[in-house]
Design a protein around this ligand. Structure first.
Ligand code: ASP
Length: 437
């Protein structure tokens, strides 16, 4: 077996957490490549080192007092090194960092140092070689990830290495400037390393025991999803279920490597396996429920619309002119609706509606706001006859008015739009319909 293990910020927030991580790595020699994040919060009131780095850099670049923030960062690492009883000093590293801050090396450089320094500590503590991500993970000049070149260089670098530590979150462009992924991006590095190492499993260690069927703020202790497919996960993550960075599925999906979400604080829990095959997908009728508030629905009504070629295109080009991204386009015979995030249209929504009316010669253009979208996701749904009927009737029986429905033809996802005030109730209704107490 060949396992890549990525550890999140809370798993590496203190020496105590580092020790748990080391026990996990040592428990299985197949855990060959380790991808650490920067130290996260030790408690709710604490700071993430990445946030401190951004802040210190902004202060330094603006010529403001940044030393107290830098001191906080240094102390975080000092505490970890001391707690691990390591003979290691990061003083020289910090001198370089401060020097480059003053020379305005950029906020991506600044943020990346959290992972870089944690990687140095991890490599020393585990006695594994350290690979600077700037040498093996590449970005194009426009900031997009250069996946093929990275895979070539990284797989060559890992070849023949029994173990290594590769810090998460950053890499470098082809001119050598440090670049980062978006926040939470160490998950992406873990996936890239798994692909390059041709791993059998990408373990993603965090502080929860896997994906929950739904939001625990709405349902107390929902069940943990044991297996989920990439496709289902994409649907759920898009709608707001966040344990793993959205983009982390792509590199491993290319090689069909499963991801296992596991809990550093409860290593005995099996967590959730994210699979590229449909195996296990049909155990449950539905896999998960996720949702988001604050959407707007703009409805365009026009008699005999269905006979008119190009009408939707005309409408969509108006949205394009305003640079608004569209979530769904449910349609009927004489009308269709465009669902968008409220914040994306708010400043100009009436102007946009006027332009829509003109562009489509519609009879009526109306707006419904304060809508929540709730996605019920599951590959098992398509084999279950009458599922949508059961879902809609449960929602109806609960006295909730469904404003809009959207379902893709692959039947992996049914989305209902309800008023924001019905959001929590709708999630509860769907959850208990399929997970009776
Ligand atoms: N340290 C980075 C962040 O806080 C990346 C990560 O933790 O994955 O966003």
């Amino acid at each position: 077996m060949n396992i890549v293990a990525k550890f999140g910020g809370s798993s590496l927030a203190s020496a105590e957490q580092f020790k748990k991580v080391a026990d996990i790595i040592r428990a299985d020699n197949d855990r060959r490549f380790v991808v650490p994040s920067a130290p996260g919060k030790r408690n709710d009131d604490d700071d993430k080192v990445t946030d401190l780095l951004y802040s210190a850099y902004e202060h330094a670049a603006a010529g403001l007092e940044y030393k107290p923030i830098m001191e906080k960062i240094k102390n975080r690492y000092k505490d970890i090194i001391k707690g691990l009883e390591l003979d290691l000093s990061l003083d020289e590293e910090f001198d370089t960092i401060e020097d480059l801050f003053i020379k305005k090396a950029g906020k991506e450089y600044a943020a990346s140092r959290g992972e870089y320094l944690n990687g140095i500590i991890m490599s020393r503590y585990m006695d594994f070689p350290f690979i600077d991500a700037a040498k093996v993970i590449f970005f194009n000049e426009d900031g997009t990830f250069d996946s093929e070149y990275t895979d070539r260089v990284l797989s060559k670098t890992l070849e023949g290495l029994e173990h290594a530590v590769i810090p998460g979150f950053y890499g470098a462009d082809h001119s050598g400037n440090i670049r980062t992924f978006s926040r939470g991006g160490s998950d992406i590095t873990g996936s890239i390393v798994s692909r390059a190492a041709r791993a059998d499993m990408y373990e993603n260690w965090t502080d929860v025991s896997g994906f929950l069927v739904t939001d625990p703020r709405i349902i107390r202790q929902p069940e943990v999803i044991d297996t989920i497919t990439y496709r289902e996960l994409r649907e759920l993550s898009y709608m707001g279920a966040s344990v793993l960075h959205e983009e982390a599925v792509f590199p491993v999906a290319l090689k069909k490597i499963p991801i296992q979400i596991r809990n550093t604080n409860k290593p005995e829990d099996v967590g959730t396996i994210i699979n590229n095959s449909d195996e296990g997908a049909f155990k449950h009728i539905i896999t998960g429920i996720a949702g988001k508030k604050d959407f707007s629905i703009i409805t365009i009504r026009k008699v005999h619309m269905s006979n008119e070629v190009g009408l939707i295109r005309k409408a969509l080009s108006v949205f394009e002119d305003y640079n608004v991204s569209i979530e769904h386009i449910p349609s009927g015979v004489d009308s269709f609706s465009v669902v968008v995030e409220t914040k994306a249209v708010k400043p100009f929504v009436y102007e946009l509606m006027g332009k829509l009316k003109k562009a489509t010669s519609a009879g009526e253009v109306t707006l419904t706001s304060e809508i929540s979208l709730i996605a019920t996701v599951g590959l098992g749904m398509k084999n279950y006859k009458g599922l949508s009927g059961r879902l809609f009737s449960a929602i109806g029986k609960a006295g909730i008015n469904i404003v809009v429905i959207s379902q893709t033809s692959d039947e992996i996802n049914i989305i209902v739009g309800v008023h924001n005030s019905d959001y929590e109730k709708t999630i509860r209704t769907i959850y208990y319909e399929f997970n009776p107490q």
